[in-house]
Structure formats: C-alpha cells, structure tokens
Design a protein around this ligand. Structure first.
Ligand code: NDP
Length: 332
C-alpha cells in the first residue's frame, strides 16, 4: 500500500537512534511499500544534534521518506504517532545509584506515556529500547490509561537473535536452520535463554548439541552466559556498545509485530504478562510470542523443568523488584 506510517523516535540523535532512522527511512521498518513520516524527539540539549540527523536524512533523498520533523516536546512529538521507537533513556552515570537511574527514567517515560495518551493515533504501538526497558515500558503504559497496555512492549529481539546466532554457530549451520529459541524475563543479564523447544534442521537442539558433546552443563555454563553477556562482550571488543545490531532488532520487532510471525514460529518480545507461565499479571516480561495483524499472543505454556523455572523466577524477581522501586517513588 502507499499509506504512510508516522513514527516517533526518541533519542534520535543517540547512537541507536541514528542507526535506526536511516534504515527505517530506507524501508526496513514495514517494507518498501510503506512510506515513512519521521518525528524525532530529543532532550533540549540534543535537539540541535537531532536537527543535524534530519539534515542528513534529507541529504539521502530517500524516496520512502515523506517527512522528518524534530521536537524537544514529547506532546508534539507523539501527536498523531502510530509507532513509537522509545530508544532514548538516561544512561547510568558514575556513582549513580540504581534507584536514581530508575527515578530518572521513570520521569522520562511517565511524561512520554502521558504525551502518547493525549495525542497518539488510535493504532499506536511502542517498543521500548532504552534501559531499564521492561520497567520503562510498564511506566509508559501506566501513564497512558486510554491506550491498551499490550501496545507497550520492550525489546528482547536482540537477545533472541544472539541466541539464534550462537546456536547456529555451535551446530555449524546457518541461522536459517535454527528455530524455536525463547528469551524469558528481563532484558538484563538475568534473562533466561531457553533452548528446550529449539530445533536445528527440525531436530531438537539439545539432542543435536549432545551429539557434538555439548551437554546441559555446556548450555548452562557457556551458552546462556554467552548470550546474556554478549552486550558487555561487544563493548569490550568493539570499544563501544552494540548499536547496529540493536537498531536492526528494533526494526525487526516492529515489523514482526505488525506483519506477523510465520506460521507456527514464534519470536521473543517483552509484553505485559496475562498471568500465564507463572508470571505475575502486568509485569512486562519477555516471552515467546506469536504475532498477527498487530497483536501478540504469548505461546501456550509448555512443561518447564525445574532448571528453567528457577532461572525464570530469578529474572522475574528482578522485574518485580524494579516495579516495587518505581511504585515506592510514586511513579506508577
Ligand atoms: P544509545 O543509543 O547507545 O542507547 C540508547 C538506549 O538503548 C540506552 O538506554 C541503552 O541502554 C539501550 N539499549 C537497550 N538495549 C541495548 C543493547 N542491546 N545495546 C546497546 N544499548 C541498548 O545511547 P546514546 O547515549 O547514544 O543515546 C541516547 C540518546 O537519548 C541521547 O541522544 C539522549 O539525548 C537521548 N535521550 C532522549 C530522551 C527523549 O527523547 N526524551 C530522554 C533521554 C535521553 P544502556 O544505557 O543500558 O546501554
């Protein structure tokens, strides 16, 4: 269709924002059939840098890019918005306590939630990338009472991609041969990377790994930490945080949500819990989900062994703790 989509990108002058807007304008968001109207939001100190990003977007003369506007006011930035890529967040500075970080971000995401409630389009959907992403999504949703809470999600697609890639590497196949990995819990080092339903060329991944001498101990002690700590490894090796891969995952998250998962295949997304899988209702946790026409549906509970249950519980405890901390600050 030639119907355009209006996209608000927060933190648009930041690293991930910069990488994301160019690819969104080139068709990576909803395909080359959907023109894009970009609304870039930045804090006042970075609004001029965002103007520079907008200038570069103009200079790329991208056929799909219908318009690009820069804002430092959330209410204006979300007016008429259909898709929110909530990338900007307050980074942890030296000596900053976790509570201070939560409070600073709660301030940002509560204001954005209100702005979305006031003026976003009826079909608005958001993915939160800025950390702590799950809790930031919860805060935004709670300040947008007129928007269904399930429209606020957080990014764990990069973790999902990392799990797919590491599994393919271990089995010496390509990612096309790998399916069914799942990320549970928080987008943090506590996340649980689940291979129990994963397949390699249609065979159970755990069996394929076992044939290669890679047992449960290897999964527990090597594979899961490898995926969960990949961000830190990138920082060490590249000398900077993951940017292009995070931008890519952000775009794929939205595309899958709006265009759907393939028949019988799930992806991972942090969404408000419906109370399934033992995850308290409302907590924004990563799950395996099916997507269709802009809806996400958590995959039916499967039997989870004690090992997985313990890992998931650990990550959930962290999420519940974050929620309590924000509640105590009066920001929920
Ligand atoms: P980045 O663009 O590198 O990162 C943006 C956010 O994404 C951070 O919170 C980061 O978390 C998070 N993130 C989530 N997953 C990943 C991942 N896998 N790899 C790396 N990062 C991940 O940060 P910059 O500092 O370059 O840019 C942030 C921009 O946001 C700045 O321009 C700032 O001005 C802006 N900002 C905008 C706001 C607004 O629009 N209202 C509010 C606050 C900031 P982590 O810090 O944990 O790495």
């Amino acid at each position: 269709s030639t119907q355009s989509v209006t996209v608000t990108v927060t933190g648009a002058a930041g690293q991930i924002g910069y990488a994301t807007v160019f690819r969104a304008a080139a068709g990576a968001l909803l395909g080359s059939g959907t023109p894009v109207r970009l609304r870039l939001l930045e804090i006042p100190e970075a609004a001029r840098a965002a103007e520079g990003v907008a200038m570069e977007l103009q200079d790329a003369a991208m056929p799909l890019l219908e318009s690009v506007d820069v804002f430092d006011d959330p209410t204006a930035a979300f007016d008429g918005s259909e898709v929110g890529l909530l990338i900007g967040a307050r980074p942890r500075s030296k000596g900053m306590e976790r509570a201070d970080l939560l409070a600073a971000n709660a301030g940002i995401f509560s204001v954005q939630g209100q702005a979305i409630n006031n003026g976003a389009a009826e079909n608005f959907r958001a993915v939160v990338v800025g950390n702590p992403a799950n809790t930031n999504a919860l805060i935004a949703a709670s300040h947008a009472p007129d928007v269904p809470a399930e429209r606020f999600t957080a990014l764990t697609r990069l973790d999902h991609h990392r799990a797919q890639a590491q599994l393919a590497l271990a089995c010496e196949v390509t990612v096309n041969d790998v399916d069914g990995v799942a990320i549970w819990g928080n987008h943090s080092a506590s996340q649980f990377v689940d291979l129990s339903r994963a397949t390699v060329k249609g065979n159970p991944a755990e069996e394929v790994l076992a044939e290669r001498g890679l047992d449960r101990k290897w999964i527990d002690e090597f594979f899961i930490p490898k995926v969960a700590n990949r961000g830190a490894e990138i920082i060490e090796v590249r000398g900077g945080s993951s940017v292009a891969s995070a931008a890519h995952a952000t775009l794929r998250h939205i595309r899958t949500w709006l265009r759907g998962t393939e028949e019988g295949r799930w992806t991972s997304m942090a969404v408000p819990s419906t109370g399934v899988h033992g995850v308290p209702q409302g907590v924004v946790s990563s799950f395996p989900v099916f997507c269709q026409d802009g809806d996400h549906r958590i995959v039916e509970p499967w039997e989870i062994d004690d090992f997985a249950r313990e890992r998931i519980e650990r990550s959930l405890a962290e999420l519940v703790e974050e929620r309590q901390a924000v509640e105590q600050l009066g920001l929920l």
